[in-house]
Design a protein around this ligand. Structure first.
Ligand code: NCD
Length: 350
């Protein structure tokens, strides 16, 4: 049994295998109509979602399976004080696979420690969002024909935007990719993501105009209002970057604009009709890649063995108040050195 907590739980071969299955589903959906017959997906969403939850549910239904779950914490016993671990052990009696979203960083990893069914991280606070990354990779592959030798310009809230953390980790593992991180100073890409990048493979700037011409992919993000402790800071930064038709003129002829959505102000509606605007196609791809993922995980039919992680482990205390280890009161946590000589919390990378 394998879980998907972090994009590094998948090898490049696994990712390409999932893309291949998704492409086949797009081509011949009728061949998949009942492959999950008799199986149940539980969607446990402790945070708002439109696309991620509905695409997971549509994915399972289109594979002939069924779905149970809840779409807000208030509808679960967590609101009575139950731990996430206990909630998940309960659900594992009823379902074959879990997709879970939570504002608590590391909660899916914590839950996986007691589960005997696979769990998928559908977003944990400002940390990671691996299935959005699979969606992004399928889209890049379909639109540009490759996952290598690309320059990806990531724009906006790179600090709290979990999708960009997982995307950079994944794309940096494919050959020849490089990155431009465009953000205000307060919303820069976290060190734990940058520390794993090859020297010279990324640059940081606060200018979208200067970066437009460089990108094969322009990845826009929303400033994550719900993660700010300082609401005035959010108000100051929320409209830092707005991609409009004028700025699109600076972009390459053959490039794509992606956005995990929802958008607030960061892409003007006039951009939607530009053929390079791929975010609505990206949204649909999210369902297909989740179909491929659910099928592979429930059947345990991976094309590759779980990637070996040559990590070193120790013990410590996590300093992040949004980490599951502090919210569910675990005094000591396992810390991990992922190869750069620094020990970080195993749950949240802080
Ligand atoms: C993203 C998320 O939830 O992190 N949305 C999504 O899953 N499609 C991005 C966001 O909320 O800004």
């Amino acid at each position: 049994m394998r879980n998907l907590i972090d994009i590094n739980d998948l090898s490049n071969k696994d990712i390409l295998g999932l893309i291949e299955v998704a492409e086949d589903i797009i081509k011949s959906p009728e061949a998949y109509l009942d492959v999950m017959k008799g199986r149940i997906l539980a969607t446990l969403f402790f945070e708002p979602s439109t696309r991620t939850r509905l695409s997971f549910e549509a994915a399972m239904l289109r594979l002939g399976g069924q779905v149970i779950g809840f779409s807000e914490a208030a509808n679960s016993s967590v609101s009575k004080g139950e731990t996430i671990q206990d909630t998940c052990s309960c659900v594992s009696c009823y379902a074959d696979i879990i997709a879970m979203r939570s504002p608590v960083e590391g909660s899916q990893l914590r839950a996986s420690e007691v589960l005997n069914i696979p769990i998928i991280n559908a977003g944990d606070g400002g940390h990671q969002h691996p299935t959005q990354t699979l969606t992004d990779l399928l889209t890049i592959h379909r639109e540009l024909g490759r996952l290598t030798n690309l320059k990806i310009v990531l724009v906006g809230d790179l600090k709290y935007g979990r999708t960009v953390h997982s995307l950079v980790e994944a794309m940096s593992r494919f050959e020849g990719n490089s990155f431009v991180f465009v953000s205000p100073d307060e919303l820069k890409m976290p060190d734990y993501v940058k520390e794993h990048l090859k020297e010279g493979s990324f640059e940081e700037t606060d200018s979208l105009e200067d970066s437009m011409a460089k990108g094969d992919v322009i990845y826009m993000t929303r400033v994550q209002r719900e993660r700010f402790d300082d609401k005035d800071q959010y108000e100051r930064l929320k409209d830092a970057y707005i991609l409009d038709a004028e700025k699109m003129k600076l972009g390459k002829e053959k490039m794509i604009v992606l956005h995990p959505l929802p958008r607030v102000n960061e892409i003007a509606v006039e951009v939607d009709k530009d053929p390079r605007a791929a975010y609505f196609r990206q949204m649909k791809n999210g369902m297909y890649i989740r179909m491929a993922l659910i099928k592979t995980m429930v059947e345990n039919s991976w094309k590759d063995n779980a990637p070996e992680k040559n990590y070193k482990y120790s013990k410590g205390k996590c300093s992040n108040p949004k980490c599951v280890s502090n919210i569910e009161n675990h005094k000591e946590v396992t810390t991990v050195d992922k190869g750069n000589g620094k020990y970080v919390c195993i749950y949240c990378d802080k």
